[in-house]
Design a protein around this ligand. Structure first.
Ligand SMILES: Nc1nc2c(c(=O)[nH]1)N[C@H]1C(S)=C(S)[C@@H](COP(=O)(O)OP(=O)(O)OC[C@H]3O[C@@H](n4cnc5c(=O)[nH]c(N)nc54)[C@H](O)[C@@H]3O)O[C@H]1N2
Ligand SMILES: Nc1nc2c(c(=O)[nH]1)N[C@H]1C(S)=C(S)[C@@H](COP(=O)(O)OP(=O)(O)OC[C@H]3O[C@@H](n4cnc5c(=O)[nH]c(N)nc54)[C@H](O)[C@@H]3O)O[C@H]1N2
Ligand SMILES: [Mo]
Length: 751
């Protein structure tokens, strides 16, 4: 049934077959095929999959298997109609799996919850907006409302949304970033003065070495593998640090290069693959840098970039002193890697002129995420690997416009400068008090401080930690409302009143009074480009996200609003003109959008301008945390399968990890399985161990032996979110520690 990890290279025929069968399975074949050929092309729409940038001259069809899944999920011919809700009460729907809910297809008209029948009923847009507006106006304080954003929302929609929310009077704008790359933003803003990656796609063509820490691009950013493969072929070294042996990082076969497929010429991706303990990266990075400083004492003036350190950085002496005082024994114990293994990384790093460091959730979702990422920055600074071709920091973002949403002001902690400009351009006084992030939003609802929850996309109930607690918090609300394309669990754990507000997807034509509209997005590398959907909308009653915000704003702010909401919606170019007035880097927005491939927002750190409090890149000193756990307690990381997009489950296979037709599996080291008295395939319950006396349990997982270090375990999100305490968060970024859950494994009683 399974062989772990599966033995063929990633990509290749199975990837092509999987994407083709996705299209064949989607009910509207012609539409899916047409959609695919418009994806990531200069005149098409941006792939709703991930935030990996598009090459300048995209191949005829620049898509990957998971892009195919994302597109065919949106262009499906299946529909959730009002009849569907007469057949299924909300209680009945709550019994269904996330996979089933997703499979019902696109929502078609606005719905309101009817409590006597416990079901959703159709409602007009006008009435829906009135319910929202009236409820918001009745709140004692605007801070009693929460406005969540998931990262698919376009720049235009995000800008209008935050404008409306601030005119209404709150900064309660939590977003999926709070659970995602927030730690990267905090770490980099402090160390480098900017929270975004400093590299461009062309840097991957110049790098001599690429580090990949805590990221699984084979599944989550498949188009990145193309760059890695090219880099490897021209001789660049690729170093991976990952507790799991991820197949996509071992070898890759490009599914869109038939030549390579015919000869089965896969290429190895990683030249060095190390498996640290979960959470062991901070220790590992310190070990690598301890070696580098040692090399420098052996070969003075030839290892470190002294000119760069002197001219551009601060705090080097304290940093070097701390490393000198850090014990090898602590490094080895906490990283799970030997001194020699770390030396191999240091050697590659030092013989490479230009180095890029990439990372994702394996670093960000830990208690010590911020200091860990700052160690990555330290490593880059040692040899001047920031602001130089082929080198830099590359936090690989998740959602296709999560970075753009932040740029547009979706943030619970906006800067004073941003609020000043927003207030002066729109002639109002924005609220200054910081709002709640995702975790604080849950707590505010649980404690009754907030009673309206509005979501621009996403699946808050499933994506957040402590599922049982969070669902109860949402259910306490007076009103919950979701702008969404498909049905999901968050619509079913609703407040006393609830709305489902169905919107257009990326692939669909957005026709407004001024004609068909384009929107814009910003990728992981600060490139802004247009996206225009061309399909007939899934239903004539769908509104665009900007139009929904305009409706909401008019119903809430009424005549007193100085903004011409209808005028902005008639032609999104007008929204872009306002963005250009408020947000630096967007001057002449509409004109620059005409450039093929869009435009680059620039990055101060890559120009070696350090906009932090020291005016210099900062070496950060951090202590290695003691992550050891009591006997019998394992560290569990929650990861994505190959057949899911966050909480959206496309299918039940995880091909690269050899899993078929199931999701409730727990990957364990064979020795742990024996020592815990378990057997492969046995069914177990997972119980998390926090000292708050709460019983958090995820039942019925099948044990799967896997190439993972002792003491470590892996399982899929969101099934395991029930295990994560809402109070277990990263220091300073408040990100849930989804990659480090202390658990015990309980055999299930037979029978
Ligand atoms: N197809 C698809 N694409 C996606 C998504 C999706 O769900 N499906 N989600 C999108 C989003 S929002 C995001 S944020 C990205 C997520 O992209 P990733 O961050 O790649 O996603 P995860 O599955 O969370 O994988 C984390 C990786 O980190 C490793 N890891 C876990 N803990 C540690 C650790 O302590 N140290 C180290 N070194 N490694 C560790 C895991 O083994 C795993 O390989 O992908 C985006 N793209
Ligand atoms: N345990 C654990 N928890 C995690 C993570 C983890 O690794 N482990 N990862 C975290 C991360 S990195 C992230 S980013 C969050 C993700 O958190 P979210 O962004 O909240 O969740 P998604 O699953 O991406 O949201 C999917 C829903 O978005 C809606 N949708 C899809 N397309 C559109 C659209 O075009 N417009 C609108 N309005 N709605 C649309 C659909 O209804 C779909 O059900 O989860 C976090 N939670
Ligand atoms: Mo994410």
């Amino acid at each position: 049934m399974k062989e772990s990890p599966a033995s063929n290279p990633a990509g290749g025929w199975p990837a092509l077959a999987a994407s083709t069968s996705k299209i064949l399975a989607s009910k509207d074949l012609r539409k899916s095929v047409k959609a695919l050929f418009a994806v990531n092309q200069p005149t098409g729409f941006d792939c709703p999959g991930c935030a990996w940038p598009d090459p300048k001259n995209p191949a005829m069809a620049e898509f990957c298997e998971n892009g195919v899944k994302a597109v065919s999920a949106e262009t499906t011919g299946k529909r959730v109609t009002r009849e569907f809700f007469t057949r299924h009460s909300v209680t009945d729907l709550r019994e269904k799996s996330d996979f089933w809910l997703e499979g019902q297809g696109r929502l078609t008209e606005p719905m309101v919850y009817d409590s006597p029948s416990d079901s959703y009923r159709p409602v007009s847009w006008e009435k829906a907006f009135r319910l929202l507006g009236d409820t918001l106006k009745e709140l004692a304080s605007p801070d009693e409302a929460i406005f969540y954003t998931s990262g698919r929302t376009s720049n235009e929609a995000a800008f209008l949304y935050q404008l409306f929310v601030r005119m209404y009077g709150t900064n309660n704008l939590p977003d999926c970033s709070n659970m995602c790359h927030e730690s990267s933003g905090v770490a980099m803003t402090e160390a480098l003065g900017i929270g975004k990656g400093t590299v461009l796609l062309e840097d991957f063509e110049k790098a001599d070495a690429i580090l990949i820490l805590g990221q699984n691009p084979g599944t989550n950013h498949p188009r990145m593998l193309t760059e890695l493969q090219k880099a490897r072929r021209r001789g660049a070294e690729i170093i991976t640090l990952n507790p799991l042996v991820e197949k996509g990082l071992q070898a890759f076969l490009h599914p869109q290069h038939p030549g390579a497929m015919l000869t089965n010429r896969s290429s190895a991706i990683s030249s060095l693959y190390l498996q640290p303990l979960i959470g062991g990266d901070l220790a590992a990075l310190k070990g690598i840098m301890k070696w580098i400083l040692l090399f420098e004492t052996e070969r003075p003036e030839s290892v470190l970039d002294h000119a760069f350190i002197a001219e551009h950085t601060g705090n080097f002496e304290s940093f070097a002193l701390d490393l000198a005082q850090t014990d090898w024994a602590v490094i080895e114990k906490q990283s799970g890697l030997s001194r020699d293994e770390l030396k191999a990384v240091a050697e590659i790093y030092c013989r490479s002129k230009a180095v890029i460091a990439c990372w994702a959730m394996g670093l960000t979702q830990h208690k010590h995420a911020v200091p860990t990422i700052q160690q990555v920055i330290n490593l880059l600074l040692l040899r001047g690997n920031i602001g130089r071709p082929g080198a830099g920091a590359c936090p690989v973002r998740g959602h296709s416009n999560v970075q753009g949403d932040r740029t547009m002001g979706i943030s619970e902690k906006p800067s004073e400068a941003f609020l000043d400009r927003l207030g002066s351009v729109f002639a109002f006084t924005p609220p200054r008090r910081h709002g709640v992030d995702a975790v604080a939003a849950i707590e505010a609802m649980a404690e009754g401080h907030a009673s309206v929850f509005f979501a621009m996309g996403g699946n808050f109930a499933r994506a957040t930690p402590d599922s049982t607690f969070t669902e109860a918090a949402l259910a306490k609300c007076r009103l919950t409302a979701h702008v969404t394309t498909k049905l999901n669990r968050s619509h079913l754990v609703h407040g006393r009143q609830a709305l489902i507000l169905p919107c257009l997807g990326r692939t669909e034509e957005d026709l407004q009074a001024g004609g068909p509209q384009s929107v814009t997005v910003e990728d992981s590398m600060s490139m802004v480009h247009a996206s225009r959907g061309r399909h007939r909308p899934a239903s004539p009653q769908l509104l665009s996200e900007p139009a929904i915000i305009a409706g909401l704003a008019k119903a809430t702010l009424g005549e007193s609003s100085p903004v011409d909401w209808d005028g902005l919606i008639a032609d999104y170019a007008r929204i872009r003109d306002r963005i250009a007035e408020v947000i630096p880097g967007f001057e002449n927005f509409n004109a620059r959008l005409q450039q093929p491939g869009g435009f680059y927002l620039g990055n101060s750190a890559s120009r070696k301008e350090w906009k932090n409090e020291w005016g210099r890149a900062r070496f950060t000193v951090s202590t290695i945390p003691d992550l050891s756990l009591p006997q019998g307690v394992l560290r569990l990381m929650t990861i994505r399968s190959h057949d899911q997009y966050n909480t959206t489950i496309y299918g039940l296979n995880d091909r690269y990890r050899g899993i078929r037709n199931e999701r409730r599996v727990i990957f364990l080291n064979g020795d742990d399985i024996r020592l815990l008295g378990l057997e492969a395939d046995q069914l177990v319950d997972l119980v998390s161990v926090y000292d708050d006396g709460q019983d958090r349990r995820a039942p019925e997982f099948r044990v799967v032996p896997y190439a993972i270090p002792r003491g470590c375990a892996a399982s899929y999100f969101p099934e395991t979110n029930v295990l994560v305490s809402v109070r277990s968060v990263a220091d300073r970024s408040n990100t849930p520690t989804s990659k480090y859950i202390p658990i015990r494994i309980m055999p299930r009683e037979p029978g």
